[in-house]
Design a protein around this ligand. Structure first.
Ligand SMILES: Nc1nc2c(c(=O)[nH]1)N[C@H]1C(S)=C(S)[C@@H](COP(=O)(O)O)O[C@H]1N2
Ligand SMILES: [Mo]
Length: 242
């Protein structure tokens, strides 16, 4: 279903790509050989370029984030609301874990993600007794919400690194969620704000599409990009077999 809002969103995104190509000139836009955003101050959705093992999703094209001025605002139902710098967050105990990111639109891909746990962040901000969920707001205006119980699950990560390097702008620099038993849309990227709230609420995709609020991966067929999209049956939940 295309609502007026999604149509406007698409036109707006299209206008940015056209404007970037116009201002940069066709050769400059291609510099780096990647996609419509390469060499520009913006990052956005793309299915081409060097990210062959993943598709890149952004709700709207977004100005690239400067890690030195970026902050994470943590507020809402918590005892110690706080604004973190990237350096402060990177000081939290870091671990690595390989997990498969599964988009509700068929594809999936696996990577090793590095970051810290919700428990380590929660120890600093102390969620209040009434807090049940976190609302994440991202640099591109995308909003997604996860229950505290989901954030506490084994394997869920506040990721700031991927395959031994800092997250790229495309994959959500400087901070994203990896929630391997949930579809990609529950894995917000380029997070700028997190608020503790009393009730779970739908995020951007489940407000406009036929996608569940919960977003747990359902049994079905997957088309992994890192296996040439050859279809595989999946039982639901985190994909652990490949
Ligand atoms: N900020 C932001 N985060 C987002 C999205 C988005 O549009 N904006 N899309 C989600 C969806 S639908 C998927 S499948 C994954 C894709 O992650 P990737 O771009 O790193 O492959 O990002 C998720 N996180
Ligand atoms: Mo997705």
């Amino acid at each position: 279903m295309i609502t007026r809002r999604t149509l406007l969103g698409r036109l707006w995104a299209g206008a940015w790509v056209a404007a970037a190509a116009f201002f940069m000139g066709p050769s400059a836009a291609r510099a780096g050989g990647d996609n419509a955003f390469s060499g520009t101050a913006y990052v956005g959705k793309t299915r081409s370029g060097r990210f062959r093992r993943f598709y890149i999703n952004y709700w709207k094209p977004m100005r690239r984030i400067d890690g030195t001025s970026w902050t994470l605002e943590v507020s809402g139902l918590c005892e110690r609301p706080r604004v973190f710098t990237l350096a402060e967050l990177m000081d939290l105990p870091m671990r690595w874990r390989s997990s498969r990111l599964k988009c509700v639109e068929c594809w999936s891909a696996r990577a090793r993600w590095g970051g810290f746990s919700f428990a380590d962040l929660a120890a600093l901000v102390e969620p209040s007794a009434g807090a049940r969920a976190v609302r994440f707001t991202c640099g591109d205006g995308y909003v997604e919400c996860l229950p505290l119980a989901s954030l506490r699950r084994e394997g869920v990560m506040f990721a700031h690194a991927m395959e031994g390097a800092p997250l790229s702008d495309e994959h959500g620099f400087p901070l994203r969620i990896i929630a391997p038993s949930h579809y990609g849309y529950k894995n917000p990227k380029a997070i700028v704000k997190m608020e503790f709230i009393a009730e779970v609420e739908p995020g951007t995709w489940s407000r406009i599409g036929p996608y569940s609020w919960d977003g747990t991966i359902l049994p079905g067929t997957d088309h992994p990009l890192d296996f040439d999209k050859a279809p595989r049956r999946i039982p639901g939940g985190e994909i652990v077999d490949y």
